[in-house]
Write a protein that binds this ligand. Structure first.
Ligand code: ADP
Ligand code: MG
Length: 290
Protein backbone atom coordinates (compact mmCIF):
# COMPACT_ATOMS: atom_id res chain seq x y z
CA UNK A 1 0.00 0.00 0.00
CA UNK A 2 1.22 3.48 -0.82
CA UNK A 3 1.24 6.11 1.95
CA UNK A 4 -1.55 7.96 0.12
CA UNK A 5 -3.69 4.84 0.10
CA UNK A 6 -2.97 4.23 3.79
CA UNK A 7 -4.04 7.77 4.56
CA UNK A 8 -7.15 7.46 2.45
CA UNK A 9 -8.09 4.21 4.16
CA UNK A 10 -7.47 5.74 7.58
CA UNK A 11 -9.71 8.67 6.76
CA UNK A 12 -12.47 6.44 5.43
CA UNK A 13 -12.23 4.13 8.41
CA UNK A 14 -12.63 7.11 10.69
CA UNK A 15 -15.79 8.13 8.82
CA UNK A 16 -17.05 4.58 8.90
CA UNK A 17 -16.47 4.23 12.61
CA UNK A 18 -18.24 7.48 13.25
CA UNK A 19 -21.27 6.29 11.33
CA UNK A 20 -21.41 2.69 12.45
CA UNK A 21 -19.36 2.14 15.59
CA UNK A 22 -18.81 4.35 18.57
CA UNK A 23 -15.03 3.91 18.50
CA UNK A 24 -13.37 7.32 18.66
CA UNK A 25 -10.78 8.37 16.10
CA UNK A 26 -8.07 8.43 18.75
CA UNK A 27 -7.56 8.19 22.47
CA UNK A 28 -9.01 4.72 23.00
CA UNK A 29 -12.49 4.20 24.34
CA UNK A 30 -12.66 7.00 26.86
CA UNK A 31 -14.09 9.97 24.97
CA UNK A 32 -17.02 8.45 23.11
CA UNK A 33 -17.62 5.74 25.68
CA UNK A 34 -18.04 8.04 28.64
CA UNK A 35 -20.84 9.87 26.83
CA UNK A 36 -23.05 6.78 27.15
CA UNK A 37 -25.11 7.38 30.27
CA UNK A 38 -25.70 3.85 31.56
CA UNK A 39 -27.46 2.66 28.40
CA UNK A 40 -28.99 -0.23 30.32
CA UNK A 41 -29.74 -3.68 29.07
CA UNK A 42 -31.95 -4.10 26.06
CA UNK A 43 -35.29 -5.21 27.54
CA UNK A 44 -37.23 -7.42 25.15
CA UNK A 45 -39.68 -8.81 27.71
CA UNK A 46 -42.60 -7.30 25.83
CA UNK A 47 -41.53 -8.88 22.55
CA UNK A 48 -40.94 -5.56 20.82
CA UNK A 49 -37.51 -4.38 19.63
CA UNK A 50 -38.60 -0.91 18.53
CA UNK A 51 -41.44 1.45 19.44
CA UNK A 52 -42.24 4.77 17.82
CA UNK A 53 -45.08 6.69 19.43
CA UNK A 54 -46.66 9.84 18.00
CA UNK A 55 -43.41 11.06 16.41
CA UNK A 56 -43.38 14.42 14.61
CA UNK A 57 -40.70 16.17 12.55
CA UNK A 58 -40.98 19.33 10.52
CA UNK A 59 -38.43 20.73 8.08
CA UNK A 60 -39.06 24.46 7.57
CA UNK A 61 -42.73 24.06 8.42
CA UNK A 62 -43.19 20.94 6.24
CA UNK A 63 -44.33 17.94 8.29
CA UNK A 64 -42.11 15.12 7.03
CA UNK A 65 -43.19 12.84 9.91
CA UNK A 66 -46.74 13.34 11.12
CA UNK A 67 -47.96 11.55 14.28
CA UNK A 68 -46.09 8.38 13.31
CA UNK A 69 -46.60 5.37 15.58
CA UNK A 70 -45.20 1.94 14.80
CA UNK A 71 -43.57 -0.99 16.55
CA UNK A 72 -41.53 -3.97 15.45
CA UNK A 73 -41.35 -7.41 17.02
CA UNK A 74 -38.17 -9.14 18.15
CA UNK A 75 -36.73 -11.13 15.24
CA UNK A 76 -39.29 -9.69 12.83
CA UNK A 77 -38.57 -8.80 9.21
CA UNK A 78 -40.72 -5.70 8.66
CA UNK A 79 -41.16 -4.28 5.19
CA UNK A 80 -41.85 -0.59 4.71
CA UNK A 81 -43.26 0.69 1.43
CA UNK A 82 -44.69 3.99 0.31
CA UNK A 83 -44.34 6.77 -2.25
CA UNK A 84 -41.28 9.00 -2.55
CA UNK A 85 -41.33 11.67 0.13
CA UNK A 86 -43.45 9.53 2.48
CA UNK A 87 -40.83 9.89 5.22
CA UNK A 88 -39.26 6.41 5.08
CA UNK A 89 -35.66 7.60 5.13
CA UNK A 90 -36.48 10.30 7.68
CA UNK A 91 -37.93 7.62 9.96
CA UNK A 92 -34.60 5.75 9.75
CA UNK A 93 -32.77 9.01 10.44
CA UNK A 94 -34.82 9.37 13.62
CA UNK A 95 -34.23 5.80 14.81
CA UNK A 96 -30.49 6.09 14.25
CA UNK A 97 -30.18 9.50 15.93
CA UNK A 98 -29.31 11.44 12.79
CA UNK A 99 -32.47 13.55 13.07
CA UNK A 100 -34.08 14.51 16.37
CA UNK A 101 -37.89 14.66 16.24
CA UNK A 102 -39.83 17.70 17.44
CA UNK A 103 -41.97 15.46 19.65
CA UNK A 104 -42.84 11.82 20.27
CA UNK A 105 -41.15 8.78 21.73
CA UNK A 106 -38.66 6.34 20.26
CA UNK A 107 -37.67 3.29 22.32
CA UNK A 108 -35.27 0.42 21.67
CA UNK A 109 -36.74 -2.48 23.61
CA UNK A 110 -38.98 -1.21 26.38
CA UNK A 111 -36.41 0.74 28.35
CA UNK A 112 -33.85 2.42 26.09
CA UNK A 113 -34.97 5.91 25.09
CA UNK A 114 -33.20 6.46 21.78
CA UNK A 115 -33.90 10.19 21.83
CA UNK A 116 -31.39 10.50 24.68
CA UNK A 117 -28.58 9.06 22.57
CA UNK A 118 -26.47 10.25 19.66
CA UNK A 119 -25.69 8.44 16.41
CA UNK A 120 -22.51 6.61 17.47
CA UNK A 121 -24.09 5.51 20.76
CA UNK A 122 -27.14 4.13 18.96
CA UNK A 123 -24.92 2.18 16.55
CA UNK A 124 -22.96 0.86 19.52
CA UNK A 125 -26.17 -0.29 21.24
CA UNK A 126 -26.91 -2.58 18.31
CA UNK A 127 -28.79 -0.70 15.60
CA UNK A 128 -27.02 -1.09 12.25
CA UNK A 129 -27.95 0.91 9.20
CA UNK A 130 -27.35 0.21 5.55
CA UNK A 131 -27.57 3.25 3.31
CA UNK A 132 -28.55 2.92 -0.31
CA UNK A 133 -25.10 3.46 -1.81
CA UNK A 134 -22.47 0.86 -0.92
CA UNK A 135 -19.68 2.37 1.17
CA UNK A 136 -17.14 -0.45 1.30
CA UNK A 137 -13.39 0.25 1.24
CA UNK A 138 -12.75 -0.31 -2.45
CA UNK A 139 -8.97 -0.68 -2.15
CA UNK A 140 -9.17 -3.35 0.53
CA UNK A 141 -9.98 -7.05 0.21
CA UNK A 142 -13.29 -8.55 1.27
CA UNK A 143 -11.55 -10.01 4.31
CA UNK A 144 -10.00 -6.70 5.32
CA UNK A 145 -13.32 -4.90 4.99
CA UNK A 146 -15.00 -7.36 7.35
CA UNK A 147 -12.08 -7.27 9.77
CA UNK A 148 -12.18 -3.48 9.92
CA UNK A 149 -15.87 -3.53 10.73
CA UNK A 150 -15.32 -5.45 13.97
CA UNK A 151 -16.32 -3.73 17.11
CA UNK A 152 -12.80 -3.17 18.38
CA UNK A 153 -13.17 0.03 20.39
CA UNK A 154 -9.71 0.84 19.10
CA UNK A 155 -8.44 3.96 17.40
CA UNK A 156 -7.93 4.07 13.65
CA UNK A 157 -4.27 3.11 13.67
CA UNK A 158 -4.81 0.35 16.20
CA UNK A 159 -7.72 -0.99 14.14
CA UNK A 160 -5.65 -1.14 10.99
CA UNK A 161 -3.08 -3.38 12.68
CA UNK A 162 -5.54 -5.21 14.88
CA UNK A 163 -5.22 -9.02 14.91
CA UNK A 164 -8.32 -11.20 15.01
CA UNK A 165 -9.00 -13.33 18.06
CA UNK A 166 -10.36 -16.88 17.66
CA UNK A 167 -14.00 -16.12 18.28
CA UNK A 168 -13.90 -13.16 15.93
CA UNK A 169 -12.31 -15.32 13.24
CA UNK A 170 -15.23 -17.72 13.58
CA UNK A 171 -17.67 -14.84 13.21
CA UNK A 172 -15.86 -13.59 10.14
CA UNK A 173 -16.09 -17.06 8.59
CA UNK A 174 -19.80 -17.27 9.39
CA UNK A 175 -20.49 -13.83 7.96
CA UNK A 176 -18.58 -14.68 4.77
CA UNK A 177 -20.86 -17.67 4.28
CA UNK A 178 -24.01 -15.74 5.12
CA UNK A 179 -23.25 -13.07 2.53
CA UNK A 180 -21.99 -15.72 0.08
CA UNK A 181 -18.58 -14.19 -0.44
CA UNK A 182 -16.56 -17.12 0.92
CA UNK A 183 -14.96 -17.59 -2.51
CA UNK A 184 -14.07 -13.91 -2.81
CA UNK A 185 -12.14 -13.49 0.45
CA UNK A 186 -8.99 -12.02 -1.06
CA UNK A 187 -10.69 -10.12 -3.86
CA UNK A 188 -10.40 -6.34 -3.79
CA UNK A 189 -13.80 -4.93 -2.86
CA UNK A 190 -13.67 -2.45 -5.74
CA UNK A 191 -13.76 -5.37 -8.18
CA UNK A 192 -16.93 -6.93 -6.79
CA UNK A 193 -20.27 -6.60 -8.59
CA UNK A 194 -22.73 -4.01 -7.30
CA UNK A 195 -24.74 -6.74 -5.56
CA UNK A 196 -21.66 -8.25 -3.95
CA UNK A 197 -20.62 -4.84 -2.64
CA UNK A 198 -24.06 -4.46 -1.07
CA UNK A 199 -23.73 -7.88 0.57
CA UNK A 200 -20.25 -7.01 1.80
CA UNK A 201 -21.60 -3.89 3.42
CA UNK A 202 -24.35 -5.92 5.06
CA UNK A 203 -21.60 -8.30 6.20
CA UNK A 204 -19.74 -5.37 7.75
CA UNK A 205 -22.87 -4.56 9.74
CA UNK A 206 -23.24 -8.21 10.74
CA UNK A 207 -19.69 -8.26 12.12
CA UNK A 208 -20.98 -5.91 14.80
CA UNK A 209 -23.80 -8.36 15.57
CA UNK A 210 -26.61 -5.79 15.48
CA UNK A 211 -29.94 -6.47 17.18
CA UNK A 212 -31.81 -4.36 14.65
CA UNK A 213 -30.84 -3.77 11.02
CA UNK A 214 -32.28 -0.91 8.99
CA UNK A 215 -31.93 -1.35 5.24
CA UNK A 216 -32.88 1.45 2.86
CA UNK A 217 -33.60 0.27 -0.70
CA UNK A 218 -31.12 -2.63 -0.52
CA UNK A 219 -31.86 -4.17 -3.93
CA UNK A 220 -31.86 -0.95 -5.99
CA UNK A 221 -29.59 -1.50 -8.99
CA UNK A 222 -29.23 -5.25 -8.43
CA UNK A 223 -29.73 -7.87 -11.12
CA UNK A 224 -32.71 -10.22 -10.76
CA UNK A 225 -30.44 -12.98 -9.55
CA UNK A 226 -28.77 -10.72 -6.98
CA UNK A 227 -32.21 -9.57 -5.81
CA UNK A 228 -33.27 -13.18 -5.38
CA UNK A 229 -30.16 -13.96 -3.34
CA UNK A 230 -30.71 -10.88 -1.22
CA UNK A 231 -34.23 -12.10 -0.42
CA UNK A 232 -32.74 -15.41 0.73
CA UNK A 233 -30.12 -13.55 2.76
CA UNK A 234 -32.73 -11.45 4.59
CA UNK A 235 -34.90 -14.49 5.26
CA UNK A 236 -31.85 -16.19 6.80
CA UNK A 237 -31.19 -13.17 9.04
CA UNK A 238 -34.65 -12.80 10.52
CA UNK A 239 -35.07 -14.40 13.92
CA UNK A 240 -31.42 -13.86 14.76
CA UNK A 241 -31.81 -10.16 14.04
CA UNK A 242 -34.79 -7.85 13.66
CA UNK A 243 -34.92 -6.11 10.30
CA UNK A 244 -36.65 -3.07 8.87
CA UNK A 245 -36.47 -3.05 5.07
CA UNK A 246 -37.54 -0.14 2.87
CA UNK A 247 -37.92 -1.16 -0.78
CA UNK A 248 -39.84 -0.24 -3.93
CA UNK A 249 -39.31 -3.62 -5.61
CA UNK A 250 -42.68 -5.30 -5.00
CA UNK A 251 -41.53 -8.70 -6.24
CA UNK A 252 -38.78 -8.61 -3.64
CA UNK A 253 -41.16 -7.42 -0.90
CA UNK A 254 -43.61 -10.19 -1.74
CA UNK A 255 -40.84 -12.74 -1.36
CA UNK A 256 -39.74 -11.64 2.11
CA UNK A 257 -42.84 -9.99 3.59
CA UNK A 258 -44.56 -10.88 6.83
CA UNK A 259 -46.10 -7.59 7.91
CA UNK A 260 -45.93 -4.71 5.46
CA UNK A 261 -46.30 -1.12 6.68
CA UNK A 262 -47.32 1.52 4.15
CA UNK A 263 -46.10 5.01 4.93
CA UNK A 264 -47.64 8.07 3.34
CA UNK A 265 -47.32 11.75 4.27
CA UNK A 266 -45.23 10.88 7.30
CA UNK A 267 -47.68 8.45 8.90
CA UNK A 268 -48.86 4.85 8.65
CA UNK A 269 -51.51 4.60 5.95
CA UNK A 270 -52.02 0.83 6.14
CA UNK A 271 -50.44 -2.23 7.66
CA UNK A 272 -50.94 -5.96 7.22
CA UNK A 273 -50.01 -8.89 5.03
CA UNK A 274 -48.82 -8.26 1.48
CA UNK A 275 -52.25 -9.31 0.20
CA UNK A 276 -54.03 -6.99 2.63
CA UNK A 277 -52.07 -3.92 1.62
CA UNK A 278 -52.17 -4.76 -2.09
CA UNK A 279 -55.96 -4.84 -1.97
CA UNK A 280 -56.28 -1.69 0.13
CA UNK A 281 -57.90 1.04 -2.00
CA UNK A 282 -55.98 3.83 -0.27
CA UNK A 283 -52.65 2.07 -0.91
CA UNK A 284 -53.57 1.49 -4.54
CA UNK A 285 -54.44 5.18 -4.89
CA UNK A 286 -51.30 6.65 -3.35
CA UNK A 287 -48.70 4.08 -4.27
CA UNK A 288 -49.42 0.91 -6.16
CA UNK A 289 -51.60 2.41 -8.86
CA UNK A 290 -54.54 0.86 -10.67
P1 ADP B 1 -38.77 8.82 1.48
O1 ADP B 1 -37.52 8.18 1.98
O2 ADP B 1 -40.02 8.12 1.92
O3 ADP B 1 -38.76 9.01 -0.01
P2 ADP B 1 -37.83 11.13 2.92
O4 ADP B 1 -37.84 10.71 4.34
O5 ADP B 1 -36.52 11.17 2.24
O6 ADP B 1 -38.89 10.29 2.09
O7 ADP B 1 -38.44 12.59 2.82
C1 ADP B 1 -39.67 12.96 3.39
C2 ADP B 1 -39.91 14.43 3.12
O8 ADP B 1 -39.09 15.21 3.97
C3 ADP B 1 -39.57 14.86 1.70
O9 ADP B 1 -40.52 15.80 1.28
C4 ADP B 1 -38.20 15.46 1.82
O10 ADP B 1 -37.99 16.42 0.83
C5 ADP B 1 -38.24 16.06 3.21
N1 ADP B 1 -36.93 16.06 3.88
C6 ADP B 1 -36.24 14.96 4.27
N2 ADP B 1 -35.10 15.31 4.89
C7 ADP B 1 -35.07 16.68 4.87
C8 ADP B 1 -34.14 17.66 5.37
N3 ADP B 1 -33.03 17.30 6.01
N4 ADP B 1 -34.46 18.96 5.18
C9 ADP B 1 -35.58 19.32 4.56
N5 ADP B 1 -36.49 18.46 4.08
C10 ADP B 1 -36.25 17.15 4.22
MG1 MG C 1 -35.86 7.38 0.98
Amino acid sequence: MTPELMQDNARRLEEYQFKHVQAPASGGRSAAFSRIHTPGELDLAHGRILYLEDVNVSFDGFKAINHLSLDIGVGELRCIIGPNGAGKTTMMDIITGKTKPDSGQVFFGSTIDLLRHNEPEIAQMGIGRKFQKPTVFEHLSVFDNLELALKTHKGVTASMFFKLQGEQKDRLGEVLQTIRLENEVTRQAGNLSHGQKQWLEIGMLLMQDPKLLLLDEPVAGMTDQETERTAELFLSLKGKHSLMVVEHDMGFIRQIAEIVTVLCDGAVLAQGSMDDVQQDERVIDVYLGR
